[in-house]
Design a protein around this ligand. Structure first.
Ligand code: NAD
Ligand code: UDP
Length: 340
């Protein structure tokens, strides 16, 4: 029973590989390494003492996926591969539609052709768009506000249609909130190319001295300290959520063979709270200044976690302190990320 992990060399995928290998599953990674380094998988092998094969290929290449699925007798796919930067998606939407939507279409076609029908997909809380009510429940209207989010919603819609068309499919869509942190070994973590877009890796690079100061995007939101509030979730908890979701596929009925579930903690933290907690964890200063709001940002976003608790028997167990401490350990051990 081998699981194909697309995008498995990336940030979340590499942590998932660890979780699945430790649970006794065999894993093969398909990744084009456009935003990752094969070194991450060597580190996964070090952590788990098990081997991970990398098939360097692109999800837009249907024939290559078919060959990989057949060669390794894969029975399921966990699909992380894709592009994920909101700002870049507004500048270059075609490459987002191509990698995320066309790529997933090719992947599904390859799965159908080779008789693989179990799939877990990385969706995102960004499919909800501007929250009309909080916490965000899975039945909240889906109205993403940027091309990246629209690619995620299009893929979700495609997956619901595919599942409805053939009861052999079993599909789980996981709507991640804000994944942060790193494996507690400090061997794998988030390694963004260039200046990070996201808050946690940016703060980590300020604390580590690679960047001078953080720009806090707005302090006039209607939140407890005026800065944006998000539901940060430790990447190892997130990986555990994938394992639970994979196990839940086996419990799906033919009449209801897909699900979409939030993976978050249910707790919101502000930008300034993140800064404070990171200063505590790192024992370093994180200088910041208040800047203009970033366009497209919402004030607050956090998950309702009831469905994950009930349906997946999963709850996040790590808190902000763990998220900051593990991120800091990763940064200290790997000041240049995976560049050796
Ligand atoms: P990442 O960039 O670290 O990992 C994605 C991996 O996919 C990389 O290794 C990259 O090389 C690979 N890839 C990209 N395009 C590919 C293609 N066409 N063919 C083959 N491989 C390709 O990103 P991540 O943070 O690990 O995110 C994984 C998934 O989770 C993505 O689908 C992302 O949209 C989703 N997600 C991420 C977040 C987040 O904050 N990190 C939040 C919500 C959802
Ligand atoms: N943020 C910030 N400065 C940064 C990056 C992010 O103030 O350099 C804020 C951003 O406005 C939001 C929060 O941090 O309120 C989380 O942003 P991130 O990009 O990490 O996640 P997302 O906006 O996708 O939820």
């Amino acid at each position: 029973m081998t699981i194909l992990v697309t995008g498995g060399a990336g940030y979340i995928g590499s942590h998932c590989c660890v979780t699945f290998l430790e649970a006794g599953h065999d894993v093969v990674v398909l990744d084009n390494l456009s935003n990752s380094n094969a070194e991450s998988l060597k580190r996964v092998e070090t952590i788990t003492g098990r081997s991970v094969l990398l098939e360097q290929a692109d999800i837009r290449d249907q024939a290559a996926i078919e060959a990989v699925l057949s060669r390794h007798n894969c029975t399921a796919v966990i699909h992380f591969a894709g592009l994920k930067a909101v700002g870049e998606s507004t500048e270059n939407p075609l490459s987002y539609y191509e990698n995320n939507v066309v790529g997933t279409h090719r992947l599904l076609s390859a799965m159908a052709k080779t008789g693989v029908h179990d799939l877990i997909f990385s969706s995102s809380a960004t499919v909800y768009g501007e929250p009309q009510r909080l916490p965000l429940t899975e039945d909240h209207p889906l109205a993403p506000t940027n091309p990246y989010g629209r690619t995620k919603l299009m893929v979700e819609d495609m997956l619901r249609d595919v599942a409805a068309s053939d009861p052999r499919w079993r599909i789980g869509m996981l709507r991640y909130f804000n994944p942060v942190g790193a494996h507690s070994s400090g061997l794998i973590g988030e390694d963004p190319l260039g200046v990070p877009n996201n808050l946690m890796p940016y703060i980590a690079q300020v604390a580590g001295g690679r960047l001078d100061k953080l720009n806090v995007f707005g302090n006039d939101y209607d939140t407890r300290d005026g800065t944006g509030v998000r539901d940060y979730i430790h990447v190892v908890d997130l990986a555990e959520g994938h394992l639970r979701a994979y196990e839940a596929l086996g419990r799906l009925e033919a009449s209801q063979n897909s699900f979409a579930v939030n993976l978050g903690t249910g707790n919101g933290h502000s930008v300034l709270e993140m800064v404070k907690e990171f200063e505590r964890a790192s024992n370093r200063q994180v200088p910041y200044s208040i800047a203009a709001r970033r366009s497209g940002d919402v004030a607050e976003c956090y998950a309702d976690t009831q469905m994950a608790t009930d349906f997946l028997s999963w709850q996040a167990s790590k808190d902000l302190r763990d998220m900051c401490a593990d991120t800091w350990k990763w940064v200290v051990k790997n000041p240049k990320g995976y560049q050796l």
